[in-house]
Design a protein around this ligand. Structure first.
Ligand code: PGA
Length: 256
């Protein structure tokens, strides 16, 4: 079944406020609105850049969405340094990345945290982009499909069918992130297909067919087309290449 592709830019901890305004404006300047009929596009800047980035996009009447890179699952309270779902919603976010491998490995985020964050986002009408992916060690050990599918099962625990339809999964092998070592289309497709099979087991085929499964890990304008041509790859989560307007827009064009 044809799913609308999603190209999401994960800016990570890059771009000060003025730099974020410039980058968003550069994307906007070379972006054609018609593309959004065939592909969904989202940028995920750091928290403090969200509002200015959204303002630039709104001013240009572009339907590019804005997403956060992380969120805390409690709605408010004494959680110094955290940002809530209502806060990111209020500045116009419709997506939020959860469980990125950098959060899991550098900040100790667990499968349970990822599940709570996904549920909190869905309860407020935002789409979580749930990241999963194995380390090089797990890949070389051979049990990577079991490992990734277990992450998927944990992330979806207690999420009802109706809400599951609003989720996105991003398969990001850790060995391919920021390394320039992209998974081959076949390697990426194998895992994305296994993720969809897991979603079919958790829900049913029709639900699994509506959930977009993205690939992320050194995706760029040179390899996007081949990756996006695979049956179970419904878009990309782009790190480094999303920080250059030309590269990001070229990847969007590869998804058309
Ligand atoms: P990369 O990052 O494209 O720079 O490899 C992807 C990601 O971490 O989301």
């Amino acid at each position: 079944m044809a799913r609308k592709k999603l190209i999401a830019g994960n800016w990570k901890m890059n771009e000060t406020l003025p730099e974020a305004v410039v980058l968003t404006q550069e994307i906007s300047n070379i972006f054609e609105k018609d593309w959004l009929e065939t592909v969904d596009v989202c940028i995920c800047p750091p928290y403090i850049d969200l509002k200015p980035a959204k303002t630039v996009l709104d001013f240009d009447h572009l339907g590019i969405a804005v997403g956060a890179q992380n969120v805390f699952y409690e709605p408010k309270g004494a959680y110094t340094g955290e940002i809530s779902v209502p806060m990111i919603k209020e500045v116009g976010c419709t997506y939020c990345i959860v469980g990125h491998s950098e959060r899991r490995t550098l900040f100790g985020e667990t499968n349970e945290d990822v599940n709570l964050k996904a549920k909190a986002l869905l309860a407020d009408g935002l789409s979580p982009i749930i990241c999963v992916g194995e380390s090089l060690e797990v890949r070389e050990g051979g049990a990577y499909l079991d490992y990734v599918c277990a992450q998927v099962r944990a992330a979806y625990a207690g999420i009802a069918e109706a809400e599951a339809k609003d989720t996105v999964v991003a398969y990001e092998p850790i060995w391919a992130i920021g390394t320039g070592r992209t998974a081959t289309p076949e390697q990426a497709e194998e895992v994305c297909a296994a993720i969809r099979e897991t979603l079919t087991e958790l829900y049913d085929q029709s639900v699994a067919d509506t959930i977009r499964v993205l690939y992320g890990g050194s995706m760029n304008e040179g390899n996007a087309e081949m990756l996006l041509a695979m049956a179970n790859i419904d878009g990309g989560l782009i790190g480094g290449a999303s920080l250059k307007a030309q590269s990001f827009v070229a990847i969007v064009q590869a998804a058309l």
